[in-house]
Design a binder for this molecule. Structure first.
Ligand SMILES: NC(=O)c1ccc[n+]([C@@H]2O[C@H](COP(=O)([O-])OP(=O)(O)OC[C@H]3O[C@@H](n4cnc5c(N)ncnc54)[C@H](O)[C@@H]3O)[C@@H](O)[C@H]2O)c1
Length: 482
């Protein structure tokens, strides 16, 4: 607590300095090294630790993790690969207090993205934060305010935004290359497993500072696999929808140039087959209303059928989008194709995706903007990341204000929404193939929530408005006044 107060004091002091500082900053020159620390190292943080040193003019100077085993392992791997010792930190506040750090990469779980970004901006650091942009809609607004107030460069890790071939082609879609767009469908069809039901006496690994890992969230532990499986608990993760949804829904809304919140959202879903502690749906169907065209999104974490290892496909895609126009249809993910009404490929959409699934291009773009000090140089600033991430939060909010109904009756209940209705049939047969008895099973039918894109709230639903923000556990509180 003491250290936090001191940090906040320093942040406020440095904020004054930052706002009064004339840009470009000290390392704007191509010759100056940008000193980066990666925070959160277990999964994707490892690829950032290996990728950022390859960006011209960047020096990764440190690494931070609250799991000493992960921190030690990554520091050792780095030394072996780059023949250089990293400074290590076990509390991100130490990184923000370090004057020898210019920028940070936040590869920590979702519940830390908002607070980490606000703290980073307050301390005068530029921030590359992983997707989803935030854990809830309100804190994304605070991130935007902090980036602006402290004049910081903040990139969100939705890396396909750095694919120029998609940028160019999506512009063509908006100019009518497919004819009028009738609908956009996103799919994320994968295969995952049950996370089990560990007993109540579960303890965090001895190497982890659990209080800090939890940060803004409660400290109750209900998962045996400490890292990664937090995605399936609402206090830390945002379901598959907020895990891989930001990538897919970003492509959906980008393709049609939907640059604000939708006007309504509907969710249908549930967690099937697995008898485990996970809270989030493993089968999820979403629909968003936009003036340009409606977007639907299908998520399945179960295989094609019981005992199978393969994942479902829709129009040949396990992950990606289908943009259905009146004259032609685009089907793709990193790259794609345009097909005519007979299904014949009439054009390939290709381009440079670079190493690490596009992340290297995205890192390069971040560094370019850090040097130019222009947020407009970023391919995915907080606003862009927020709009795509908000689609995930909106869908999860509809799911949380749902009714439990019988799965069998679902087609009747969704008949007024033909696009959802069409996907409901696929959902029912997929669940049946996975051993779910459709006649007796239930499903959560989310309320169709009307949204005011101007205020980014639900004008007719106080319960849903109550889910725009979380309760923060002191002292890990995203401030009202950043
Ligand atoms: N852009 C992409 O394609 C992509 C891919 C994978 C993951 N991600 C995102 O990256 C984030 C991390 O995902 P992951 O799969 O690596 O998760 P993970 O659980 O495997 O690793 C997270 C690491 O962060 C550490 N950590 C937690 N709280 C911390 C804190 N306060 N300070 C320092 N370290 C802390 C944990 O100890 C752990 O080592 C998630 O938000 C995820 O959505 C993005």
């Amino acid at each position: 607590m003491l250290s936090l107060n001191r940090r906040q004091f320093l942040a406020a002091a440095s904020a004054t300095a930052v706002t009064s500082m004339s840009t470009p900053s000290a390392f704007a020159s191509a010759n100056d090294e940008l000193r980066v620390v990666v925070i959160g190292l277990n999964g994707i943080g490892r690829t950032h630790l290996n990728g950022f040193p390859e960006v011209s003019g960047v020096r990764v100077v440190g690494a931070c993790d609250v799991d000493s085993a992960v921190l030690g392992k990554r520091a050792e791997e780095f030394q072996k690969k780059f023949n250089r010792k990293l400074k290590t930190y076990n509390d991100m506040r130490q990184v923000f207090d370090d004057p020898d750090v210019d920028a940070v990469v936040l590869a920590v779980p979702n519940h830390w993205h908002g607070l980490g970004t606000v703290w980073g901006c307050q301390a005068g650091k530029d921030v590359y934060t992983e997707k989803p942009c935030s854990h809830n809609i309100w804190e994304a607004g605070q991130m935007e305010k902090a980036a602006k107030k402290y004049d910081r460069i903040v990139q969100v890790g939705i890396q396909r935004r750095s694919f120029t071939h998609l940028k160019d082609f999506f512009q063509e879609i908006q100019q009518g290359v497919l004819g009028k767009v009738k609908q956009v469908k996103g799919v994320y069809l994968t295969r995952r497993n049950s996370i089990g039901r560990p007993d109540a006496a579960l303890q965090p690994p001895a190497t982890v500072d659990h209080n800090q890992w939890c940060g803004p969230a409660p400290t109750k532990l209900e998962r045996a696999n400490y890292h990664y499986d937090w995605h399936w608990f609402w206090e830390y993760g945002n379901a598959e929808l907020g895990n891989n949804g930001p990538h897919i829904l970003d492509l959906c809304r980008w393709s049609i140039g939907a640059e604000e919140f939708p006007t309504a959202v509907t969710s249908v879903g549930g967690r099937y087959v697995w008898d485990d502690n996970g809270q989030t749906p493993n089968t999820h169907l979403l629909r968003y209303e936009y003036a340009q065209a409606p977007i639907t999104f299908e998520i399945r974490d179960l295989p094609t059928a019981t005992g199978k290892k393969d994942t479902c496909k829709h129009m040949g895609l396990s992950y990606g989008i289908v943009v259905e126009g009146e004259e032609a249809t685009y089907v793709g993910f990193d790259t794609g194709k345009v097909i005519d009404p007979q299904g014949k490929t009439i054009r390939e959409i290709k381009g440079t995706t670079g190493p690490d699934g596009g992340r290297q291009l995205h890192r390069e773009n971040f560094v370019k903007a850090v040097r130019s000090r222009k947020t407009s140089d970023l391919n995915c600033d907080v606003r862009t990341g927020h709009l795509s991430t908000a689609l995930c939060h909106l869908g999860n909010i509809s799911h949380k204000v749902s009714d439990t109904i019988s799965l069998k009756s679902l087609p009747e209940r969704t008949q007024e929404q033909p696009l959802v209705n069409e996907a409901v049939g696929r959902m029912q047969s997929h669940l049946a193939a996975n051993g779910v008895d459709v006649a007796s099973a239930h499903v959560q039918l989310g309320k169709t929530l009307q949204i005011d894109p101007k205020t980014e709230t639900f004008p007719q639903d106080e319960k849903a408005n109550g889910l725009l923000k979380r309760e923060y556990r002191a002292p890990f509180i995203v401030p009202e006044n950043v």
